[in-house]
Ligand binder design. Structure first.
Ligand code: ADP
Ligand code: MG
Length: 700
């Protein structure tokens, strides 16, 4: 009414005096209303009361109820940030960035000022930061520097139901912090109802339920199993678009490739429709979202589509619980998702497509009922849902390589990993396997404690082999070169290969080839970019992603800061790149492969076949080298080695003596605790098994 208007006018005047735009005010007002409309707002007082009375609580609420964006602000409003900051962890980088941006808007502050975020290699916080969103991995690393997390007054472990590897480790660590620091508060949030487990873990702490406000969702199953879910999803989306009332569509796919294929097919169908009819075709705004998508494109999913177009968002499982988009009335669920799984046969993690769990499928369906009664189209049969899907997802800690976790826990002086307070302990075999790999890299000694090298490796937010490569660069005096390679391996591929200009871009890439090595090819790309003053137009001319290269440059400078802090000088080998290949070899001899036929190799350790990728620089050699090491194995139509370097056969036993020929002279292992003995005995057993495998391979 009128009063409001006057108030507005007064406020607008005030804002004007402050030099702020009036339109900004209009925006902030509607944001305030949005905040008050969220389900969590109706229980704000009770919730804060429970927080005041307890050191640890679990908060359960439907996705979209306001847990992630509001809890931090409520805590700030209740005064907790007077003596420390409020941290909020997210299992996903995209969520940490996007939510921090949203909250900084709600609080009308620059991102990085009062509200900031930190993800690996990117810290957008400052001295004024009171609310910090971060990946759980970042907080885990912070416990290395400050085991009591003194700067935090409250930590919110958000999305705990996701059970990411870092979250699971944090559970055990934060439980100790809670016991040591009476002034510290911990809030664990979960979107699903099985929160009792979290409560029990912390000693039967209270569970606070945020009342839901959801609409019924009609679930429709496919009558027969579907052969091509991309095609089926595209068809379904088009049918909805043409025949169903307004409301946005959300499609779940497993990864970037499928998402791109789906978006492409949708755009094509729309094109066809428009050219084949004289009638007006309603607009469809097709929006992809996945973690590697640039941030400005990610933000688009939250914006209103122009001139009333219907939005069709094509997402990975990131849209399951981490990100909430309002206005979705139709969900199309393929029933699949990608999961990182440790493959013991390969001795490493691989992203694989799996059916999702029933809990995840229900979450997906729920996304359709946030703004009104919705519909979920499941592209699988009801019997598949009932009989083939697991009730709940398997926690990451039980299915992935634990190399980083082991390194981290060892450096936190956790003597016996088999004894660590895990909510769901990982299989013993996984722990031992990871310890074995660290031992092979030289990060652990024979009794399973960190070596000097291991202690240094912990400093780097890198997978153990990459940290090893970097530190071998120190020993071999080529750290400048290795640093660049490690940075390039830490960002998505910088080679741009548009479908319609494949040949042209392949030719451009070949110009960078260093025939012995894809790693050195990356180094070459970076060095040439540098000698061209890091120019963007130069990248475009050479079919390189300028964003990727810039990111690599940032990563490089951050790793350089860590090297400086360790007083490691920046040595260079100039153009003598053989020694760089040696450093690469020292980190990846567990991924060493022996030639079997043209372009065909077998892994030295386990005999797994692996193939040279058609895009590899090694084809430029004119012959295929006898021995190579590779960065990782990609499973597509074949097992392809990604990023390959030719190595001299004598380097393998020279750099990986414990691996390629073993001497049984370890008798000095007497005085250690019983617990360590368990680990050690098992490790030794593993070691001799693996040594046997390796010996079989190296006896060419
Ligand atoms: P929860 O954590 O309980 O799932 P959130 O706090 O993430 O809920 O979301 C609360 C509301 O904020 C939702 O309606 C969501 O659409 C909105 N929201 C979250 N992030 C953004 C963003 N980046 N832009 C616009 N709206 C957002
Ligand atoms: Mg959330």
């Amino acid at each position: 009414g009128e009063v409001d208007f006057k108030e507005d006018a007064k406020f607008a005047q005030h804002m004007k005096q402050k030099g702020e735009a009036v339109s900004e005010f209009a925006k902030s007002r509607s944001i305030e209303q949005q905040r008050q409309y969220l389900p969590i707002f109706s229980v704000r007082e009770e919730l804060l009361q429970v927080v005041r009375e307890n050191q640890v609580i679990v908060v359960v609420g439907e996705t979209g109820s306001g847990k992630t964006t509001q809890l931090t602000q409520y805590l700030l409003e209740d005064g907790y940030t007077r003596s420390g900051i409020v941290g909020c962890t997210q299992p996903r980088r995209v969520a940490a960035m996007s939510v921090a941006k949203r909250v900084s808007e709600e609080m009308d502050t620059e991102l990085g000022d009062k509200v900031g975020y930190a993800i690996r290699f990117e810290d957008v916080t400052g001295p004024n930061t009171l609310i910090k969103y971060m990946t759980d991995g970042v907080l885990l690393r912070e416990t290395l520097k400050d085991s009591d997390l003194d700067k935090y007054r409250v930590v919110i472990m958000d999305e705990a139901h996701e059970r990411s590897l870092s979250t699971d480790v944090l559970f055990g660590i934060l439980k100790k912090v809670v016991a040591r620091r009476r002034d510290f508060k911990l809030i664990v949030t979960s979107a699903t109802l099985n929160a009792q487990k979290f409560s029990n873990f912390f000693g039967s702490v209270p569970i606070f339920h945020i009342p839901g406000r959801t609409f019924p969702v009609n679930i429709l199953y496919s009558k027969t199993p579907c052969e091509d879910y991309v095609e089926a999803a595209v068809k379904q989306a088009m049918t909805i678009h043409i025949t169903s009332p307004p409301g946005d569509i959300l499609i779940f796919m497993t990864g970037q490739d499928e998402i791109e294929a789906t978006c492409y097919a949708l755009a094509e169908r729309m094109e066809q429709l428009i050219t084949s009819t004289s009638k007006a075709v309603p607009k469809l705004s097709i929006l992809p979202i996945y973690s590697q998508l640039p941030a400005d494109l990610q933000a688009k999913i939250f914006q209103k589509a122009e001139d009333g177009a219907r939005k069709c968002i094509v997402a990975t499982n990131i849209a399951e619980t981490s990100l909430t988009v309002d206005g979705i009335l139709y969900v199309i669920d393929t029933g699949y998702g990608k999961m990182k799984v440790y493959n013991p046969r390969m001795g490493m993690d691989a992203l694989q497509v799996f059916p999702v769990s029933r809990a995840a499928a229900d979450q997906r369906a729920g996304r359709a009922g946030r703004t009104g009664p919705g519909t979920c189209y499941r592209l699988y049969t009801e019997s598949a849902y009932q009989n083939e899907m697991l009730p709940n997802p398997v926690p990451e800690i039980q299915r992935t390589n634990l190399g980083n976790v082991v390194l981290l826990l060892k450096s936190l002086k956790v003597e016996n990993l088999l004894d660590f307070d895990f909510m769901d302990p990982p299989p013993q075999e996984n722990i031992l396997n990871s310890m074995y790999q660290l031992w092979v890299l030289g990060a652990l000694n024979n009794v399973g404690s960190l070596t000097d090298l291991g202690w240094k490796m912990v400093e780097f937010p890198l997978d153990p082999p990459l940290a090893k490569m970097l530190l071998m660069g120190e020993q071999l005096e080529c750290i400048n070169e290795v640093l660049t390679i490690v940075s390039m391996l830490s960002v998505p591929s910088v080679f741009f290969r548009p479908k319609d200009r494949a040949e042209e871009s392949d030719a451009a890439r070949e110009k960078f080839f260093v025939p012995e090595s894809d790693h050195l090819t990356l180094l070459n790309v970076y060095q040439q970019w540098k000698s061209n003053q890091y120019r963007g137009d130069w990248c475009n001319d050479h079919f390189l992603h300028v964003k990727g290269l810039k990111k690599a440059r940032e990563v490089r400078s951050q790793l350089l800061d860590i090297l400086k802090s360790l007083h490691i000088p920046l040595t260079s080998c100039g153009m003598d790149w053989d020694v760089v290949r040696k450093a690469i070899c020292s980190a990846y001899f567990h991924n060493a492969a022996r030639l079997k036929g043209v372009g065909e190799y077998v892994n030295c350790r386990n005999g797994m076949p692996c193939h040279l990728h058609p895009s590899s620089a090694l084809y430029g050699l004119g012959y295929t080298p006898d021995y190579v090491v590779y960065h990782e194995l990609i499973l597509t139509t074949k097992e392809y080695m990604q990023c390959v370097t030719a190595v001299e056969p004598q380097w393998l036993p020279e750099l990986g003596p414990m691996f390629f020929s073993i001497k049984e002279s370890d008798t000095s292992l007497l005085d250690h605790k019983k617990k360590q003995k368990e680990e050690k005995t098992a490790m030794e057993q593993l070691r001799s098994e693996k040594a046997e495998e390796a010996r079989n391979c190296s006896s060419r």
